[in-house]
Design a binder for this molecule. Structure first.
Ligand SMILES: [Zn+2]
Length: 306
């Protein structure tokens, strides 16, 4: 059952800006994705926060809870929270919500919840699913484990047809598809709409897989030098990424939609080192004739109509 989302104060549309803060396995020599945020990534996250604050809006972050075992990560996140941004859970060990056994999932979420409570002082209310899954792949058994661990809201469904279809109209109309809905167990899914930065830059616009594999092995999870340019995507990938996202915004605006996007600070650190994407989006949103809301996921769930 699809859910209706109310737009307060006569707003025309809303954009839910979410970032998964992963030290992504796809950028690591050993392929392990974890939440022990490196200092270079904290710097980039702080830059994103500053950009948002310049526009008077807040960002939604999803944190892999195993990072909360490090004091440095906890103080970084506390600072992000103090500045008004939202931090919710991306599991303890980056396990897939749909493809894990109920038992593994239960153990993982238990641990994640404990760390959120002990280290940040609150329970996360929304769970971002790592790795993505297709519509209806999250089986009822796993939904019940998620509910049992205190989550009413989950965001992990991804549209894999984007990778196959590749037509532009389909890409920019993403805000009209994969709408929030309620599973039969009562759990509410808020799907990711459209390309993630990871799939855009590292799959869709990948031109040199060998360069990518080589960089991963030799340089992954270490800061890149100033002026470094990613050798595995084509040179127009960033300009096209910005253009495509701005057209998604236009589409959401034109049709009065709520658009949930999912990005990663690490992907933007590599592919958008000057931080052009977020300011471009917020600038375009602020210039629209009618009000465009920039929401966290927590804002969104408050506006789901009962
Ligand atoms: Zn992730």
């Amino acid at each position: 059952m699809n859910l209706r989302i109310g737009l307060p104060g006569g707003a025309r549309c809303a954009v839910v800006v979410t970032y998964d803060t992963d030290m992504a396995g796809g950028y690591s020599p050993d392929g392990v994705c974890h939440g022990r945020t490196a200092p270079f990534l904290m710097d980039y996250i702080n830059r994103l926060c500053e950009t948002a604050e310049d526009y008077g809006v807040r960002l939604q972050f999803f944190q892999i809870a195993n990072g909360l075992e490090l004091d440095g990560v906890v103080s970084h996140l506390k600072d992000v929270i103090r500045r008004g941004h939202a931090v919710d859970c991306h599991t303890y060990n980056h396990i897939n919500l749909a493809y894990s056994s109920p038992r593994d999932l239960d153990e993982d979420l238990n641990l994640a919840n404990r760390l959120f409570e002990e280290r940040l002082g609150y329970r996360s209310v929304i769970l971002r699913g790592p790795g993505g899954y297709r519509h209806n792949e999250l089986k009822a058994e796993n939904q019940r484990v998620i509910l049992k661990n205190g989550y009413m809201w989950v965001s992990g469904e991804f549209d894999y047809d984007l990778l196959k279809r590749r037509d532009y109209t389909y890409m920019i109309s993403a805000p009209s598809r994969n709408l929030p809905f309620r599973y039969s167990t009562g759990l509410i899914e808020i799907p990711i709409q459209g390309w993630t930065d990871r799939t855009w830059f590292d799959s869709h616009r990948l031109i040199d897989p060998e360069a990518y594999a080589c960089w991963r092995k030799k340089c992954g999870h270490r800061p890149v030098p100033k002026g470094w340019r990613c050798p595995w995507t084509d040179t127009a990938a960033l300009d096209d990424w910005i253009k495509m996202n701005l057209e998604c915004l236009d589409y959401a605006y034109e049709h009065g939609l709520v658009w949930v996007l999912c990005w990663h600070p690490y992907s933007h650190y590599l592919h958008d080192p000057e931080n052009r994407m977020l300011p471009s989006l917020l600038e375009a949103a602020s210039k629209k004739a009618e009000k465009v809301l920039i929401w966290t996921m927590r804002d969104l769930i408050q506006h789901v109509e009962k």
